[in-house]
Write a protein that binds this ligand. Structure first.
Ligand SMILES: [Zn+2]
Length: 249
């Protein structure tokens, strides 16, 4: 098949793909939100859609759905340019996308959040959609803790602590964008933000926003970020999500 990205395919190609057993759809859910002084607002969908493509190819019988580029980012609204969907709108978009895919005969739909604030909403949305599309195996990869632990494992291989690699615009995401879009990374402006236990302050962030814990919008420290480490993260994340699909298939 020439392409496995829905936006590049014609409808007869989608028909052929389904007939050939390409009946899994992979959708990523990113964000447009601040990522410190040095990373673009599109960070989460840039690495998210690159990851989604790799997962799609690795699954082998899948097509990639255009990723959602705006997510649940209320906690970033104190920073200019951030966009946010309400939980209601987000759920409706996820739901209508899944119902469309089910209508066309996709048998498995894989939902991958690539922004921290989308993990819980994805889990909730999937719960509400499942009864409406019982013929579909709807897999919501919404376990934020195991996802972070997998990233920390890679970070440790390169000598970075969880606090340094970070949960937002730290070494992890800076390495990812250095690997994918180095032209959009401003290392000369990069500064550390909150460097502590990110999981411990997660509820506080969701309740009061990022500004309350990090003045520049960063959780972690971008120092030491490198493109080859970003590539290692992409490989590890691809393995992780392919494995999640296997577990729930
Ligand atoms: Zn991010």
């Amino acid at each position: 098949m020439k392409s496995v990205q829905l936006f590049e395919m014609t409808y007869p190609e989608v028909e052929d793909a389904l007939a050939q057993g390409f009946d899994t759809a992979v959708a990523t859910f990113g964000a447009t939100e601040q990522h410190g002084y040095h990373l673009p607002l599109g960070t989460d969908f840039l690495w998210g859609e690159a990851l989604g493509y790799r997962v799609t190819k690795a699954l082998g019988n899948a097509v990639q759905v255009p990723g959602l580029r705006i997510g649940c980012s209320d906690h970033h609204m104190a920073f200019k340019g951030s966009l946010s969907l309400s939980l209601e709108t987000f759920t409706a978009v996820v739901s209508d996308t899944c119902k469309s895919l089910a209508t066309h005969g996709f048998k498995k739909i894989v939902l991958i959040p690539t922004h921290g604030g989308n993990f819980r909403p994805i889990a909730k949305a999937a719960e509400s959609i499942r009864p409406h599309i019982p013929e579909v195996n709807l897999i919501a990869c919404s376990d934020l803790v195991s996802f972070m632990q997998m990233l920390w494992q890679v970070a440790a291989d390169y000598g970075f602590s969880p606090a340094h690699t970070g949960a937002h615009a730290g070494e992890n995401e800076t390495s990812l964008i250095l690997a994918l879009r180095p032209d959009l990374v401003h290392m000369e402006r990069a500064k550390a933000g909150f460097v502590g236990d990110h999981l411990a302050i997660a509820d506080k962030i969701m309740a009061n926003g990022f500004k309350g814990v990090t003045e520049n919008g960063v959780l972690g420290d971008p120092a030491g970020a490198r493109a080859d480490i970003g590539e290692a993260y992409l490989e590890a994340m691809t393995r992780y999500f392919v494995n999640q699909v296997k577990i729930y298939s």
